[in-house]
Design a protein around this ligand. Structure first.
Ligand SMILES: O=C(O)[C@@H](CO)OP(=O)(O)O
Length: 342
């Protein structure tokens, strides 16, 4: 939590609905409070202090909107309105979890909460290496351990070495008890939001069944229809369309606003919740999505620019030159990391 003490009037504070609170003085405008935080105005002791100082407490408005300031990305941004507009570009990384113990056994998993295998752990670490030079300001995962393990393991490889911290907003006490009371520490953290809406599609009566045995019993075509069609649900489970209703809605409501405000986001989720999100990002038809297959532990990069998602594929390695040619912002981020770490 930060306290800013204003000693004399040198400008004004302005509230911008979409991009936070700005200090305007002369020709300069500096964003004081990131989007998602709010200012509480209090007074020193009983009312106004002898010096006339007022106390502004900057507090987190809600954890689903938690925001952190990254010195690697921010200091040279000059804080002007122009740069705020230009910062309206962000990286989006999607990653399907690494291999789970039920992937290994070829069982329908859905919403059953199964951890990673050793191979899955290695896949997550390898994925982390591939994206270790790409900025990550916020992480969204499903509520399931295999996606959360993947996100955390991937971040152990990131060169920026920020600490991913799971936000606990299940009730007010959880929120208060998990508060961080050092602004420096907050700056070195990445908020991780776990959301059930990003969970794997609920596989109904197929959960726990062997995929091969199910195909032998019900026929290959029927099982393929259950697994890959857009609108045919497995018995008492969710179709991809039903999964999209919650996953894409969550993406639009909670994740897109973060990208719009310039935050770089990583999403660790599942084969089908990500298929539905990719269908939205790439504007795939219900026919095209049938053949969309995602491998475990492979990161996929998108650039969000001027309201559009530009698919950039999977970075092969952290040094892949092409990745940094995508945007000047990514190149600058990597360059700053190189300078900081050498
Ligand atoms: O079992 C599951 O939950 C999913 C992903 O592993 O299976 P499918 O390959 O049918 O999407």
């Amino acid at each position: 939590m930060a306290n800013a003490m204003l000693h004399q009037t040198v400008g004004t504070l302005q509230l911008h609905g979409s991009s936070g609170i700005h200090f305007q003085g002369g020709n300069n405008s500096v964003r004081l409070v990131p989007k998602g935080f709010k200012v509480e105005v209090g007074f020193c002791k009983r009312g106004i202090c002898s010096s006339g100082e007022k106390k502004f407490s900057i507090i987190q408005a809600s954890a689903s909107q938690t925001s952190v300031f990254d010195p690697v990305l921010s200091p040279s941004n000059n804080g002007t309105h122009e740069s705020l507009k230009k910062s309206n570009e962000a990286a989006l990384i999607l990653i399907r979890h690494g291999e789970s113990l039920w992937n290994e056994k070829n069982l329908f998993t859905g919403c059953v909460d199964v951890p990673l295998t050793k191979k899955g752990v290695e896949e997550a670490i390898e994925a982390g290496k591939r994206i270790s030079n790409i900025p990550v300001d916020m992480i969204f995962t499903s509520a399931l351990i295999r996606a959360q393990m993947t996100a955390m393991l991937a971040m152990t490889q990131h060169r920026r070495k920020k600490v991913p911290i799971i936000m606990h907003n299940e009730n007010e006490q959880a929120r208060v008890w998990s508060q961080i009371h050092s602004e420096d520490t907050i700056k070195q953290s990445i908020p991780v939001i776990a959301a059930w809406q990003l969970n794997e599609r609920m596989y109904g009566e197929l959960q726990g069944l062997n995929k091969q045995e199910t195909a032998d019993r019900f026929g290959k075509e029927k099982v393929h229809e259950w697994r890959r069609s857009y609108d045919i649900p497995p018995p008492n489970g969710e179709s991809l369309e039903m999964c999209a209703e919650r996953a894409v809605a969550y993406f639009k409501d909670e994740i897109e606003p973060q990208l719009l405000s310039g935050k770089n986001v990583m999403i660790a989720a599942h084969g089908n919740s990500l298929r539905s999100i990719i269908m939205y990002l790439d504007k795939l038809t219900s026919q095209e999505v049938i053949s969309l297959e995602l491998s475990t532990g492979i990161p996929m990069l998108y650039i969000f620019k001027e309201g559009k998602f530009i698919r950039r594929g999977s970075p092969i390695a952290p040094t892949e030159a092409g990745v940094y040619a995508y945007t000047r912002k990514l190149a600058r981020y990597r360059q700053k990391l190189d300078e900081m770490l050498h």
